[in-house]
Design a protein around this ligand. Structure first.
Ligand SMILES: Nc1nc2c(ncn2[C@@H]2O[C@H](COP(=O)(O)OP(=O)(O)OP(=O)(O)O)[C@@H](O)[C@H]2O)c(=O)[nH]1
Ligand SMILES: [Mg+2]
Ligand SMILES: [Zn+2]
Length: 135
């Protein structure tokens, strides 16, 4: 099974092994310098040399693509609980004024490491995960 980031060349490699499959491959986005999720579902193919191969859609970080930003705090119980005291009920706890979460981080009631993880997921910054997965 091939898995990896969109645009890594999974489908291209499978086409090289089994050209008759003619799997669709995509351009790399000029703006984002990454793939454009050309493969949209996992599919298994038999190989002429024997065995099977599975092409999968590119992963992006660990699935943050489909997250509603508001929802991320639901997975951090202490952030979720504290957010009830934020001035704005749709506060994302990033730059908003009168944010109870930022305040709790400042006075040590919420661990800075937890808040940093929260921000990292908010920003879709998956660099750490890439390092973990591929090294
Ligand atoms: N320069 C270079 N380009 C490559 C290589 N492998 C693939 N490409 C190009 O990278 C682009 C993306 O390749 P795909 O095979 O569609 O990538 P993928 O991993 O299947 O991407 P998703 O289906 O979106 O997950 C295509 O334009 C390929 O021609 C490589 O080894 N070198
Ligand atoms: Mg593909
Ligand atoms: Zn807040």
């Amino acid at each position: 099974m091939f898995s990896g980031h969109s645009g890594a060349g999974k489908s291209t490699l499978i086409n090289a092994i089994e050209p008759s499959l003619k799997l669709k491959v995509g351009e790399i986005s000029k703006q984002h310098k990454q793939g454009i999720h050309t493969t949209t579902f996992a599919e298994m193919f038999p190989l002429t040399i024997g065995g099977f191969i599975i092409d999968t859609p590119g992963i992006k970080g660990f699935g943050v693509v489909d997250f509603d930003l508001q929802e991320i705090s639901h997975f951090f119980p202490e952030i979720f609980k504290t957010s009830a005291a934020c001035k704005y009920n749709n506060c994302l706890h990033v730059n908003e004024p009168k944010c109870a979460v930022k305040k709790a981080v400042e006075n040590g009631k919420i661990a800075l490491s937890r808040y940093k993880n929260y921000l990292q997921i908010m920003e879709g910054d998956s660099e750490n995960y890439r390092v973990d997965i591929y090294n």
